[in-house]
Design a protein around this ligand. Sequence first.
Ligand code: ZN
Length: 153
Amino acid sequence: MNLDSLYQEIILEHNRKPRNFRVMADANRKVEGYNPLCGDQITLWLRIEGDRVADASFQGLGCAISKASASLMTAAVKGKTVDEARAAAEHMRELLTGKLDVEKERKSLGSLAALSGVSKFPQRVKCASMAWHALQSALDEHNADAVVGGATT
Ligand code: ZN
């Protein structure tokens, strides 16, 4: 199995069975994201305890890439510190815009590397980046309850 088909399998699997796909009643951050180009929507919840992302969950409607990206994102940031989660979002921005050396970072990216192929399809970049934009807003205290619409990459 080559990497492309492995990555495609990861995306399809996360789309079929998204991780952390639930409303979070005790969240202290909630952000909505919207990608008008594709019609993808997401509500992201975080529970921040001290400097740590204690819990992350989402619900939404959209294409396989948007849902898989949100699923991978919540799984990746859960348990991380706020600074680590910010760094992950920045890393992902570079990955999706083709600015990251994927070969070099493959190990540290783990399953997130599955989203690397998206950079070859400019019209899908916003599908994948939507969840990460929502994450960045949610991590910024002053933006709690923000609505992220048509975010630029
Ligand atoms: Zn989409």
